[in-house]
Design a protein around this ligand. Structure first.
Ligand SMILES: C[S@@+](CC[C@H](N)C(=O)[O-])C[C@H]1O[C@@H](n2cnc3c(N)ncnc32)[C@H](O)[C@@H]1O
Length: 128
């Protein structure tokens, strides 16, 4: 788990001792080694991308995809009506976004987007 706020990072560490919590800015992800160098399958994000600068959003996505294996995906929840990553940023990074979930009864209504690399290599049987 990655959290920039010190109080929340301490709380997460206490509540989920079996997980690793990193107190850091997610835009620095490209500079850290995770999982002993193994690639991750997915990122699950509640980061407030809509209120970040394009530069920061690019750094977060670029850093995340450096840690994701081929076929891996970045899942982002949002309260906005559209994908919180603007199309020019998706194009620049070679990514595509698909809405995969919606919670209309939530106040405000929420949605989940899956962001993936555009050109996916064919994965071996059993990988997803
Ligand atoms: C809307 S809350 C989401 C809370 C929880 N992570 C979840 O998904 O339900 C956004 C969280 O992102 C954290 N955050 C904001 N900018 C960040 C950044 N650049 N790097 C890491 N965490 C950040 C905030 O401190 C806050 O705890």
């Amino acid at each position: 788990m990655i959290e920039a706020g010190s109080e929340f990072a301490v709380l997460l560490e206490a509540r989920f001792p079996q997980a690793t919590t990193l107190w850091m800015d997610a835009s620095q992800l490209r500079t850290v080694e995770l999982f002993g160098g193994d690639a991750a399958g997915a990122v699950s994000s509640g980061l407030p991308l809509l209120s970040m600068s394009p530069r920061k959003v690019i750094a977060i996505l670029d850093g995340s995809f450096r840690h994701l294996r081929p076929g891996g995906a970045f899942y982002q929840f949002t309260y906005g009506p559209n994908c919180p990553v603007p199309r020019p940023i998706l194009d620049r990074l070679g990514l595509k976004a698909t809405r995969v979930g919606r919670a209309l009864a939530n106040v405000p209504p929420a949605a989940v987007y899956r962001i993936q690399r555009r050109s996916q290599r064919r994965l071996p049987e059993g990988w997803s």
